[in-house]
Ligand binder design. Structure first.
Ligand SMILES: *Cc1c(COP(=O)(O)O)cnc(C)c1O
Length: 451
């Protein structure tokens, strides 16, 4: 009877094929496989036992379980700050500073001069003060935490005035009204969806008011009959009434942007000239660094933020601080081409074209593959500059009679994320790094040579 020839787990796992692998994990997988095999035999789905196949199945499963699910990939979508693809990239040289800090003891909370306990945030504050001219700074886990911490510290059970046009939802379920509710702040909505005037802010102020808040619209824009109030005006009104003015700036571009992308959206440096109470932005959007929330502003207020117990839950680790400090120093040294997000944004169309030509040339011998270089448009993404287009260069791929969505899927399974434009798969060179070109070429050749 075939049931009798089912291998015994303990004996089977001594097979040479499993040498050097975790015994306990191999045993667990083998148990599962053998019990499935027994069930199949009882249900007459299997008539024979192929030991070699069984070994391979176990090895495949072992590999599957122990390999990491987080993988590097090639972003050929053209969207620079791609929310689903990890937002901003960190340059290897920037990261290497963090490796040094994380792989040795360091002065994270140790004052080397005094030989006493020091402050975790001190390191980065120095660079940020220099770059932005702020009185003080604080770093938290992300910008969502920054907003939450600020509202919770200053606005619990007090009113916060916000324009209805800025009650936005940002990807990953950050909704301004809900964050406010959770923080304990009382939302005082003013104006209408398309128009808010300075007098709306003025009329809303009463004894319960604690803050005038402006939120960067991030992912949408009202075109047509619309107006909102500049942070400059909000800020001076707040000062007149001794209220806190706070701008949740989200995207966080330090300097002005190319292609007029920041039309009507002052940079952090410009906003800081208004001497705001508080300003916060993400570390991994246009700043081009690691995930973090950067809070800058008045020392007196930042001291209060530091005393909120919540900060202990929202604080960042040494790796984040090391990377962020290094990035801020790059801004100070004006070495902006070491910040991948800015480098990609600033690459000239001619250079993108050169990359496209090089790739097209290398693929020209592949039978049945038709490629075409085109100029196109893309976006920064990540809720930074809604609807503002940037010029780019793409290579369209047509293979036999494959439909675009099928081709897109094949590329995706090979870790190349493309986009579809006019029913064709295109590779956008705005986000394909120079040092990825060879890998890209190799993967494409492999896919298409195999037919
Ligand atoms: C992106 C964004 C946030 C959330 O920032 P995270 O860094 O993703 O937590 C909050 N507010 C605005 C205006 C944003 O653009």
């Amino acid at each position: 009877m075939i049931l009798k020839s089912i291998p015994k787990v303990d004996k089977f796992i001594t097979n040479k094929a499993f040498e050097g692998l975790s015994k306990s994990l191999i045993k667990k997988i083998t148990k599962d496989k053998i019990s499935n095999l027994r069930a199949d035999i009882l249900e007459n789905k299997t008539q024979n036992i192929d030991e070699k196949e069984l070994i391979n199945e176990i090895l495949d499963e072992y590999k599957n379980i122990t390999s990491s699910s987080l993988k590097p990939l090639i972003n050929a979508t053209g969207i620079i700050v791609h929310t689903n693809l990890g937002r901003s990239l960190i340059d290897k040289s920037t990261f290497s500073k963090a490796i040094k800090i994380a792989s040795s003891y360091n002065n994270l909370e140790y004052n080397l001069e005094k030989g006493q306990r020091g402050e975790r945030y001190e390191h980065i504050t120095k660079s940020l003060k220099e770059l932005l001219g702020c009185e003080d700074a604080l770093i938290v886990n992300n910008n969502a935490s920054a907003v939450f911490l600020i509202l919770n510290t200053f606005c619990k059970n007090k009113e916060v005035v916000v324009s209805r046009g800025e009650l936005v939802e940002i990807g990953g379920s950050f909704r301004v009204p809900e964050v406010m509710l959770q923080s304990g702040a009382v939302l005082k909505e003013i104006g209408t969806t398309n128009k808010t005037h300075l007098r709306d802010y003025e009329n809303a102020i009463n004894e319960q008011t604690s803050m005038l808040l402006k939120v960067h619209k991030s992912n949408y824009e009202i075109v047509g009959f619309s107006s909102d109030v500049s942070f400059e005006d909000i800020s001076s009104l707040a000062k007149e009434h001794k209220l806190i003015d706070y701008y949740d700036m989200g995207s966080g571009h330090i300097n002005s942007l190319p292609y007029n992308l920041d039309k009507n959206e002052p940079s952090i440096k410009e906003l800081m000239k208004l001497n705001p109470s508080l300003l916060s932005f993400s570390g991994d959007k246009l700043l081009g660094s690691v995930q973090a929330g950067v809070i800058v502003g008045k020392k007196e207020l930042i001291d209060k933020l530091k005393k909120n117990q919540l900060l202990r839950m929202l604080r960042v680790d040494k790796i984040t601080l090391a990377i962020l400090e290094e990035s801020i120093n790059l801004y100070l040294k004006n070495e902006l081409d070491k910040i991948p997000t800015l480098k990609m944004l600033n690459t000239k169309v001619e250079d993108l074209e050169k990359r496209a030509i090089k790739l097209q040339e290398s693929l020209k011998d592949i039978l049945d593959l038709k490629t075409q270089i085109q100029t196109s448009q893309t976006l920064i993404g990540g809720g930074t500059t809604p609807n503002r287009k940037i010029p780019t260069v793409v290579l369209s791929l047509v293979y036999k009679d494959f439909k675009a969505n099928i081709l897109e899927e094949i590329l995706r399974k090979n870790l190349i994320i493309s986009r579809i434009e006019n029913d064709k798969v295109v590779l956008d060179f705005r986000t394909i790094l120079e040092d990825e070109m060879d890998t890209l070429e190799k993967i494409l050749k492999e896919i298409f040579k195999n037919g």
